[in-house]
Design a protein. Structure first.
Length: 308
């Protein structure tokens, strides 16, 4: 008969004695920040320990690779308190952060309620996460840390603030949210070939490519019945031109058609493949469509990153 061990919780203070010198240093390592990425639905880059706002020091400041959103992370290996709640608001204001992450050993009920209230009452695009840090081991195994989300943004509420007075999202937004939710499930089922992002009511979905100057952009175009999968270059015509010079070489590595669109007169440029057959009114092909999107995102990412 198979022996089954017992899961035992370990005090996180036994693993990291000091929030700044021990835990923050551990969290900023690639494997560990990737774990946090999965929770936030972001791709954190430019991860820096310590940033000062007046006389106060924020533990970690980073940016999301595709949106350049500023993220702050405040670590508290203790029970949540009013002092740290005030600090995260001060840091968010001073650093113009759009995602605020508060990691604690244990969250008090009043602070859960406070973060919930902030998520429900701040403007769209400001997101607060309250996360408990736990660690577990089985027998003599190494301890395994686990982030447990206590409070996180409610996108149904936030999206509705921009569009509806009655607090409900419209049919188009609901269809988009449904698509991205299913899409995230499909990415996970395939072993996460790239980081998932939170499902929203936006018609686009960004995938990091490892270069802040561009990213893969997935766009739902219901009116023309296609999904666009593109290398999107927000503001760098010289980068587009350098890639265009290698157009023939690049297209030999990609087995599907690309449309090269410099978009003169606009800041952005894109190199796009359009996948036909998309419609919110017929969801029967969603699984095949999503598989095709994922496959082509991976191809574009893997090919283009060698030319950047």
């Amino acid at each position: 008969m198979m022996n089954i061990g017992k899961l035992v919780e370990v005090d996180v203070r036994e693993l990291w004695k000091h929030e700044q010198y021990d835990f923050s240093k551990w969290l900023t390592k690639d494997d560990n920040i990737s774990y946090l990425n999965d929770i936030l639905g972001l791709t954190l880059v430019d991860v820096n320990k310590e940033a000062y706002v007046g006389a106060y020091r924020c533990d970690i400041v980073a940016k999301d690779e595709t949106s350049e959103t500023v993220i702050i992370i405040e670590n508290q290996l203790d029970t949540s308190n009013h002092d740290h709640l005030g600090k995260i608001i001060t840091y968010a204001s001073g650093l113009d952060a759009k995602v605020i992450v508060w990691i604690v050993k244990q969250a008090r009920e009043e602070h859960r309620s406070a973060i919930e209230w902030l998520n429900n009452n701040t403007r769209s695009g400001i997101d607060f996460f309250l996360i408990e840090l736990h660690a577990y081991k089985i027998g003599d195994s190494d301890p395994a840390p686990k982030f447990e989300v206590v409070e996180q943004p409610n996108d149904f509420i936030k999206s509705s603030k921009l569009n509806n007075k009655d607090g409900n999202i419209n049919k188009s937004q609901s269809d988009i949210l449904d698509f991205w939710t299913r899409f995230n499930d499909e990415i996970v089922s395939q072993g996460k070939p790239f980081n998932i992002r939170k499902a929203t009511t936006d018609h686009w979905y960004s995938v990091a490519i490892g270069n802040g100057a561009c990213y893969i952009d997935i766009t739902l175009v219901n009116s023309n019945s296609f999904v666009g999968v593109a290398l999107y270059i927000p503001d760098n015509k010289s980068l587009y031109d350098s890639l265009f010079e290698k157009k023939e070489e690049i297209e030999k590595e990609i087995d599907f058609e690309l449309s090269w669109e410099r978009l003169d007169g606009r800041k952005a440029s894109k190199i796009i493949h359009r996948i036909p057959g998309f419609s919110f009114d017929d969801k029967s092909n969603y699984k095949n469509l999503m598989n095709d999107i994922i496959k082509k995102v991976v191809v574009l990412r893997d090919v283009f990153k060698n030319y950047l």
